[in-house]
Design a protein around this ligand. Structure first.
Ligand code: MN
Ligand code: MN
Length: 466
């Protein structure tokens, strides 16, 4: 099959729209570097567009009607948004799903220590990373500290121009002869990813007798108390995520790409959100679902395996068609979903890992994967041929550029998504998404054209899939 590069197909007007979408996308990437931050910015945007919190509506026992917009949030890390369609909810929804957690390094619960007048935070990485990629980079700390009195302190250090940043050190090349003999998975080991946090002892006048031996640690604790009103014990009830510091950037002399942290899977999450905000009075109920914990198996209360989504649909049903377990099951089974996650973009420098005819290419549009998984399609939700045909029709009618691909060569590796979990309800689900280079690296690259086509594809799906 012929593969097109879509850049040459755009009119001037379309190019302007493409740039506007991408500028907004970069802005969202900068504001949303953790799942909590992504939820906060999503709620801000949708409330500005008339979405109402389902909890509040439930308490006031309001009946909902077509065109009404509602949302529910789970623990500040997962969100489901709906715009009610003209057709009854039990006839099913058009659902866009994506995840908003990204690989990173988390701070441990008992993290702070001093060694030879240097203070460190002990860490535990989250998701699949090549550990050697995360050393000697400017890093930022984002997260929250929950205190015993019930207050929650937001933390974000390393993003403003004049903020300090942090670093994980690596051995200088001059002394690295032995280290460089190790295989790549062992060059930097998990316990060596500790974050350098400070190196200046507390002033003499301020020094506490018993703390004198650890004067650098005492000094960072003094600063934490001064700026964030936190004690050392408060680390135990904190969620602090270490991520690359700095903003999303245009990439390439032609500015055709975006280089940024966390595009897996925020590139799909934000384009899905943009599409959701563009829907008006749909036939079928539109839904956008942004979930946490995909990178560690979609487990826990805020992952796709949790009951949050079906509970939310049950609440929604109670406020529309009247409470009914059977109607809830019908609504889920009759739904259609794009489970969106990033695809591996073909990289000519690593051609050996790809099979070219089935690879996703930068600048060739929204990627569909009939299946994911590994080896003999293990762990995949294999979308049905009939559904694929309907997807093709909707995308073609809307003039969306798309490609069918799979992740790398057979038997080379693989990956999972949230698609199979939604498939458990008996709904039609297909994996779709945007191709990225350097997936799971501190800085991932995507094509602006693909970001734009994803947005177009998601709009078409919400409006036209029947
Ligand atoms: Mn992903
Ligand atoms: Mn991933």
């Amino acid at each position: 099959m012929e593969r097109k590069n879509i850049w040459t197909s755009y009119s001037q007007q379309e190019l302007e729209k493409l740039e506007a979408i991408n500028a907004d996308y970069r802005n969202c990437l900068d504001k949303g570097k953790t799942e909590r931050e992504c939820i906060r910015l999503t709620v801000e945007r949708i409330e500005g567009r008339g979405y109402q919190n389902l909890d509040k509506l439930r308490k006031s026992q309001q009946t909902l009607k077509p065109g009404d917009k509602v949302y529910a949030v789970c623990m500040g890390k997962m969100i489901a948004m709906f715009q009610l369609g003209k057709r009854p909810l039990q006839e099913g929804m058009n659902i866009l799903g994506a995840h908003i957690d990204s690989p990173r390094i988390d701070v441990k619960q008992n993290p702070l220590y001093e060694d030879e007048s240097m203070a460190y935070l002990d860490t535990h990485y989250y998701g699949g990373i090549k550990k050697y990629q995360w050393v000697t980079l400017p890093l930022a700390i984002h997260g929250v500290v929950a205190r015993k009195d019930g207050t929650v302190q937001e933390i974000c250090i390393g993003e403003k121009e004049d903020d300090p940043v942090f670093v994980v050190t690596d051995l200088l090349v001059h002394l690295a002869g032995q280290q460089l003999e190790k295989k790549a998975s062992k060059v930097i080991e998990g316990e060596k990813l500790d974050l350098l946090f400070g190196s200046r002892p507390i002033g003499q006048d301020e020094s506490l007798d018993e703390k004198e031996k650890e004067a650098v640690k005492a000094n960072v604790l003094r600063l934490l108390k001064e700026y964030y009103h936190m004690e050392e014990e408060d680390f135990t009830s904190a969620e602090l995520e270490i991520v690359p510091a700095g903003k999303a950037r245009e990439c390439g002399l032609d500015r055709s790409m975006i280089l940024a942290y966390g595009q897996d899977d925020r590139v799909c999450a934000f384009t899905s959100l943009f599409a959701m905000l563009d829907v008006n009075e749909p036939e079928r109920t539109s839904c956008c679902l942004l979930v946490d914990k995909e990178e560690i198996g979609s487990v826990g209360a805020t992952g796709m395996h949790s009951r949050f989504f079906e509970n939310t649909v049950a609440e929604l049903m109670a406020l529309t068609g009247g409470e009914s377990e059977l109607k809830v099951r019908r609504a889920l089974q009759n739904s259609k979903m794009l489970s969106s996650d990033v695809s591996a973009a073909y990289d000519p420098l690593y051609a050996e890992a790809f099979e070219k005819r089935s690879a996703a290419f930068l600048g060739s549009g929204l990627v569909y994967n009939k299946f994911t998984g590994s080896r003999g399609k293990s762990g995949s939700n294999d979308a049905s041929a009939e559904y694929l045909a309907r997807i093709r029709r909707v995308m073609d009618e809307a003039g969306v550029a798309y490609q069918f691909a799979e992740l790398g060569k057979v038997d080379v590796g693989g990956g999972g998504t949230i698609a199979y979990i939604m498939g458990n309800y008996g709904m039609e689900v297909i994996d779709s998404g945007v191709a990225v280079l350097n997936m799971h690296a501190p800085w991932e690259a995507s094509s602006k054209a693909d970001v734009y086509e994803a947005y177009k594809g998601y709009c078409a799906f919400l409006k036209k899939m029947s």
